[in-house]
Design a protein around this ligand. Structure first.
Ligand code: HEM
Length: 466
């Protein structure tokens, strides 16, 4: 670390606005709660037991979109913004560009997410998967992403000396996310149509995963894991192979969402090859983290955030292994549109990125509230209900998928595959109940920990008032 950094190491409280980190985390947990309710509504509709049938604003189709958008733009985006407000200033040793701007972005982003939910409920969803945000909100969302990039890039560009791999990932993510959102929400809507719009839509869907949540997620892992294991990541060289491999191959993969469509075959083959290449790149990253764990495996039992992180990494490995198979045209012919894909999506969105962020919250909330968790047992319950719940949900849906594919290939009446799927969809609701209960346990523990912190403050507050 260069001489001026050592000399000027600012105090933590001058770098990080802890209140803002808490606000982002609480907003994120609120949206996960809403999203899960949407998942249940759609889940009960699919087993033909929708208790809220016939109410337009509660139509399952609309709430399915709220389910996915609340999780992506509500939970993941807010939780990432909270974690970034902790990690970026501490890595760059400078605060973000402007704290008032951070609070403005916080407010503006909640307006974007809540307006999206209301717009979708009123039937104004944009016809783009993962881009259902109504068209009148897109310019605000894009402006918000630009302000986020400016606010966080300011301390990073002023950094002197070597830049840690986490800041490579974050820097790329700020630029990629802005460009990806602009590409997906504006080009198919205003500039191209038909197959071209489909191709851009496919790139958008996967770039949201590959160029937004993936670089932010791995960036956070490269930041928190060495801190918690008190040792550096095994290979810096391998971490750069991972970064540049992701940067080169990921943007090319998106059309694997639309194989067997009129999109030209050279683009489809390109997507298949680059998807398999990404799996090789991901393997280098996983090797790097699991070799780092050598000699510290005890942390998997006694360090809960580390257990969340590595559970997420196992799900990441499984999800990417799935990708390497499902991207081949042979396998795709069987599983496209089946629950294999829905299982895959839940495994990556909850099993990987949500678990990484819930692990980050489990690590940071005691530091933000200046007290230990009220109950370690409740923390364990949160982990086990979430991990076993997502394990059951993804396995259940992934097993159902190929059966559905064979039913459809056999040209049996559609209802045959629906009747066959209902027990699997019922198991999804059981698994969902485990994940939802896990969330409720976490929220309860958080409220009790907050009350504990307030009680601990009281003597000091009274002394100050005396
Ligand atoms: C309370 C638990 C949950 C239940 C009951 C549930 C249920 C559902 C249902 C019924 C669908 C629609 C599937 C279809 O159209 O066939 C769905 C889609 C989806 N859910 Fe969930 N979900 C839950 C939690 C979550 C969580 C926590 C996440 C992410 C963190 C998530 C991410 C997704 C995604 C990404 C899709 C879209 C899948 C696709 O289009 O392929 N779900 N969920």
């Amino acid at each position: 670390m260069s001489a001026d950094v050592e000399r000027e190491r600012p105090r933590h409280e001058d770098l990080v606005d802890e209140r803002l980190v808490s606000w982002y985390f609480l907003a994120a947990l609120g949206y996960m709660f809403i999203s899960m309710l949407g998942g249940f509504l759609m889940g009960f509709q699919l087993i033909r037991h929708n208790p809220l049938r016939g109410i337009e604003l509660l139509s399952p189709g609309r709430w399915r979109m709220i389910h996915t958008n609340a999780i992506a733009y509500g939970f993941l985006a807010n939780a990432f913004l909270g974690a970034l407000h902790w990690a970026v200033p501490r890595l760059a040793l400078r605060p973000v560009l402007d704290r008032r701007l951070s609070y403005f972005i916080f407010g503006a982003w909640q307006v974007v997410v809540l307006s999206t939910a209301v717009g979708i409920m009123l039937g104004q969803a944009q016809g783009l998967e993962w881009g259902e945000t109504p068209v009148w909100i897109d310019p605000l969302a894009l402006a918000g992403l630009l302000l986020v990039a400016i606010n966080f890039l300011a301390p990073i560009v002023r950094l002197r000396g070597p830049m840690y791999v986490t800041l490579w990932y974050f820097t790329a993510a700020f630029i990629w996310t802005f460009l990806t959102y602009a590409m997906g929400n504006f080009i198919p809507q205003y500039f191209v149509s038909g197959t071209s719009a489909g191709a851009v839509g496919g790139l958008f869907i996967h770039d949201l995963v590959g160029l937004f949540v993936t670089p932010l997620g791995w960036g956070l892992m490269y930041y928190f894991v060495p801190i918690m294991l008190k040792k550096p990541v095994w290979s810096h060289g391998l971490s750069l192979v991972g970064f540049w491999g992701l940067a080169f191959f990921y943007p090319l993969t998106g059309i694997h969402h639309f194989l067997y469509t009129p999109i030209p075959m050279f683009l489809q083959y390109g997507a298949v090859i680059s998807t398999i290449a990404v799996e090789m790149v991901v393997t280098t990253v996983l090797i790097n983290f699991f070799v780092t764990l050598r000699g510290a495996t005890g942390a998997l039992t006694n360090n809960l955030p580390i257990r969340w992180f590595y559970t997420g990494m196992v799900f990441y490995g499984l999800t990417c292994l799935q990708c390497a198979f499902q991207t081949t045209l042979t396998f795709q012919a069987l599983i496209h549109f089946t629950d294999w894909v829905v299982g895959h999506a839940h495994m990556v969105m909850f099993g990987v990125f949500s678990m990484w962020l819930l692990g980050t919250m489990t690590y940071l909330f005691p530091r933000l509230l200046k007290t230990d968790w009220y109950s370690r047992t409740l923390c364990e319950w949160h982990y086990w209900l979430s991990a076993l719940g997502i394990g059951l949900m993804s396995a259940d849906l992934i097993v159902a998928g190929p059966f559905q594919g064979y039913f459809w290939a056999s040209l049996l009446p559609w209802d045959v595959s629906v009747d066959f799927s209902i027990p699997f969809w019922a198991v999804r609701l059981v698994a969902g109940t485990m994940m939802f209960t896990g969330l409720l346990v976490f929220l309860t523990n958080l409220a009790l920990t907050w009350a504990q912190a307030r009680r601990a403050e009281e003597p000091a507050v009274l002394a100050a008032a005396a």
